[in-house]
Structure formats: structure tokens, C-alpha cells
Design a protein around this ligand. Structure first.
Ligand code: GA4
Length: 299
């Protein structure tokens, strides 16, 4: 068995913030029950690359049940959780994020959403309620080949000596998501921040009843830069643990990622070189979390 030593505490990034958290009130809210939701959604993706989705039709009870199953897993002794690791490509991970030295104050599960994988993993990770996990995905529209994944993150409260009154520990460092879209649901603990076009970081008010949708790098390319992938990060909370669940929607590995012809104006040129999702993914896994991954694919 290979025993990996834990990252030293001084490897964790600390950032200065003003406490108590001041929440940003400008997050676009898309109400799926309203007729103007499509137009507002496009505007939100252009201006923020991020929005909050309400009236989405997924019952809160279902989300809280899934969350409590996840918490049961994250509350297990470390040695038990390690049995579901390493997250290579799927499984349990602790503090280390990706293969290139990034660390965060986070505990997580990276899961595939394919039927075979789900039934196997649900038996071992959620033995008392294996069906809950399957129910979460059975209704998603999926291409058999699409390279989508699901992530459960658990951010334990950060220790006092690490986070003082004006400093915060990074739970998950700043990055953009490589896929098309990411759909996140968290409990009511704050921590998520997004980077605005004016160069400021703002805190997203948590809302356990809603989903938060982010534009990923692939969608930025597919819209030839009209939608921008949103840089985001998570700060650890000094009092409460944060649990989030994220669905990352990706295309099949062999698919070409390029601006959609239907979105291009006459004579408009692509801002990006040609590449497949496999090529992009390979290069993403060679990068550090905070890197601008699209940079090398720009013309
Ligand atoms: C960010 C989005 C998803 O969480 C993820 C992450 C992945 C990982 O945690 O292993 C990556 C990160 C994410 C982007 C760059 C690479 C890959 C860590 C990392 C340094 C699962 C994904 O698809 O890309």
C-alpha cells in the first residue's frame, strides 16, 4: 500500500478578507417558471458566466437526503474513507486537488455518472441507500458517451490557528471549470466566491433550495467568447462545514470543441484553435488549478 503524506498546513493558501462575509446582491436569478427565463439566462451567461436557478422542480427533500448520505460518508474515520480513494480518476480525495500539487481544505468524492459505476459505487459508499445516488442521475439527459462527472465536496470548519479574524483559508483554490456547464447545490454554509469582470471577488449568498450554474471553458469556446467561463473559489468557513454537490457536463472525448456555426455572424472568425475535448482535458490535467487553461488554445 502506498501511504501519501498529508500536505503541510503551511502549504495552504490564506487570503485576507473582510469578515463578516458581505454577500453580493447582484447574482442573476433565473426563474425557470417565467417566460423570459431564456433571454435572462443568456444575459447572465454573457455578463457573469454564472447564475442562480430557482423553481427548477427538484424537491428539496431529495437534495437534503443526498446531502445527509454524503455527510455520513464524510463523517467516517479517515482510514475508512481512504478505502474509496485515490480519486484517479474517480474516488475519494483529501486536500490534494488534481495531479500537480494543488491543495485545499477539502474532502471530496469524484464520481462517474455511468449506470455501471453508479451501481457499484453506491453500494460501497452509500450502503444503506444505494438507490439515492441512482435517482439523482436517472433523469438527466445524457449521451452514452458524454464525459460528465459528479463531485461531492465537504469543507470542514477551518481550524482557529489557521483562520484568524481577518484571514480565511482556501477551501478550493480559484479556477475555471473545463466542461460546458457546472450545476452546483450546496448546504446553507457560505464560502463560494466568483470573480467579476471588474476584478473583484464577491461572495455568493448560499441557498440550499437553488442551483448555481457556471459557464465552463468549453461553452466559452462554443459561443466564441460570448459567454465567459467564470473564475470561482471556495473559502473555508471557521464555524460550519460546507457540503456541495456539483454536476459537470462534458461532451464525448472525441468531440470537437469549436464555436457553433449557428451562433456565428457572417464572416465572424473563431477566436480559438481547433481541438477535441480529449485534447483539452489532457492539457487541463497538466495544468495547475489557477492557470488560464484556454490561453494556449486562443488564436
Ligand atoms: C475543476 C473542475 C472539476 O472539479 C474537476 C477538477 C479537476 C480535479 O479536481 O481533479 C482539476 C480541475 C477541475 C481543473 C484543472 C485540473 C483538473 C484539478 C486540476 C488541477 C474534476 C475538473 O474536471 O477540472
Amino acid at each position: 500500500m502506498v501511504v501519501l503524506s498529508q500536505p503541510a498546513l503551511d502549504q495552504f493558501s490564506i487570503i485576507k478578507t473582510c469578515k463578516p462575509t458581505t454577500f453580493f446582491s447582484g447574482i442573476p436569478v433565473i426563474d425557470l417558471s417565467k417566460p423570459d427565463s431564456k433571454a435572462l439566462l443568456v444575459k447572465a451567461c454573457e455578463e457573469f458566466g454564472f447564475f442562480k436557478l430557482i423553481n427548477h422542480g427538484v424537491p428539496l427533500e431529495f437534495m437534503t437526503r443526498l446531502e445527509s448520505e454524503a455527510l455520513k460518508f464524510f463523517s467516517l474515520p479517515q482510514s475508512e474513507k481512504e478505502k474509496a480513494g485515490p480519486p484517479d480518476p474517480f474516488g475519494y480525495g483529501n486536500k490534494r486537488i488534481g495531479p500537480n500539487g494543488d491543495v485545499g481544505w477539502v474532502d471530496y468524492l469524484l464520481l462517474s455518472i455511468y449506470p455501471e459505476f453508479i451501481s457499484k459505487i453506491s453500494q460501497s459508499i452509500f450502503p444503506e441507500n444505494p438507490e439515492i445516488f441512482w435517482n439523482a442521475f436517472s433523469k438527466l439527459l445524457m449521451d452514452e458517451q458524454s464525459d460528465s462527472l459528479f463531485r461531492l465536496n465537504h469543507y470542514p470548519p477551518c481550524p482557529d490557528h489557521q483562520a484568524s479574524s481577518d484571514r480565511n483559508l482556501i477551501g478550493f483554490g480559484e479556477h475555471t471549470d473545463p466542461q460546458i456547464i457546472s450545476v452546483l447545490r450546496s448546504n446553507s454554509t457560505s464560502g463560494l466566491q466568483i470573480f467579476l469582470r471588474d476584478g473583484s471577488w464577491v461572495s455568493v449568498p448560499p441557498d440550499q433550495n437553488s442551483f448555481f450554474v457556471s459557464v465552463g471553458d468549453s461553452l466559452q469556446v462554443m459561443t466564441n467568447g460570448r459567454f465567459r467561463s467564470v473564475r470561482h473559489r471556495v473559502l473555508a468557513n471557521s464555524l460550519n462545514s460546507r457540503v456541495s454537490m456539483i454536476y459537470f457536463g462534458g461532451v464525448p472525448l472525441s468531440d470537437r470543441i469549436a464555436p457553433l456555426p449557428s451562433l456565428m455572424k457572417e464572416g465572424e472568425e473563431s477566436f480559438y484553435k481547433e481541438f477535441t475535448w480529449l485534447e483539452y482535458k489532457k492539457s487541463a490535467y497538466k495544468s495547475r488549478l489557477a492557470d488560464n487553461r484556454l490561453g494556449q488554445f486562443e488564436k
